[in-house]
Design a protein around this ligand. Structure first.
Ligand SMILES: Nc1ncnc2c1ncn2[C@@H]1O[C@H](COP(=O)(O)OP(=O)(O)OP(=O)(O)O)[C@@H](O)[C@H]1O
Ligand SMILES: [Mg+2]
Length: 230
């Protein structure tokens, strides 16, 4: 199959864990294609493997079998250092639990992906400020994450995910801990920025209204992804 022009291709990915001495098969042959600039949402019960799948796509966990290609590049064939570079440049991640670095202030957290790929100049600082303004935190550059509310932390995490203009954004319940109004704001920002920068989006969400905003709605159930017919 020709990978050209496809931002993300997941083929027959399987993953098992051993828990309490028992093997659990979490992913049983997951297929997913997300075209450049397209968006998909993934729903599924707690423990169905959504975070595991996103971690495998990001190369943070390895699949037992199957392949993941980012822009035609098979991530399982890359060395650790090459993978870290590709992840840093091509993938922006928004986690379930923010994962901000407590020792760094807001601006430094947003700049982190640029630092990881070795870019630390004026254009990066300008971009960080622009993003923080976009998420409504332009006046909190030097706050510590511990001084922020949940919604503010998630908006910093979103700005950080977008720092390097990633081709692919992986968002794991990005509004899970937010009130409805703040959640709507964060979701609006994610879609605005994906559209402005032609990023692809894979978003785990339990909110059917947010899922309905994506091009395709998927369900992870019994280790497989299926389309939810609208
Ligand atoms: N490192 C691990 N070791 C053992 N089991 C694991 C590990 N990571 C995940 N699991 C198990 O794999 C299953 C899927 O976990 P995962 O975190 O992917 O679920 P999820 O769909 O994201 O759930 P939630 O909606 O609660 O976030 C769970 O049963 C979990 O206990
Ligand atoms: Mg999860």
């Amino acid at each position: 199959m020709n990978d050209f022009g496809k931002e993300l291709q997941v083929r027959q990915v399987t993953k098992s864990f051993v828990s309490g001495g028992q093997p659990i098969e979490v992913l049983k042959g997951v297929d997913l294609t997300v075209e450049s600039g397209a968006s998909v949402s993934i729903r599924g019960e707690s423990g169905s493997g959504k975070t595991t799948l996103l971690n495998i796509i990001a190369g943070l966990e390895t699949a037992d079998s199957g392949t993941v290609s980012l822009n035609g590049l098979r991530i399982e064939s890359l060395s650790e250092s090459k993978l870290a570079l590709v992840r840093g440049k091509e993938v922006g991640m928004v986690f379930q639990a923010y994962h901000l670095i407590p020792e760094l202030d807001v601006a430094e957290n947003v700049l982190l992906p640029a630092r990881i790929v070795g870019l630390m100049g004026r254009p990066q600082r300008d971009r960080a400020l622009e993003l923080l303004k976009k998420v409504g935190l332009g006046d909190r550059l030097h706050s510590s994450p511990s001084q922020l509310s949940g919604g503010e932390k998630q908006r910093v995490a979103l700005a950080r995910a977008l720092m390097n203009r990633p081709a692919l954004i992986l968002a794991d319940e990005p509004t899970g801990n937010l009130d409805e109004k703040t959640a709507k704001g964060v979701i609006g920002l994610i879609f605005d920025i994906c559209r402005d920068e032609n990023s692809s989006l894979v978003m785990v969400t339990h909110n059917p209204n947010f899922a309905a905003k994506t091009d395709r709605q998927l369900l992870l159930h019994n280790g497989l992804l299926t389309n939810i017919v609208k």
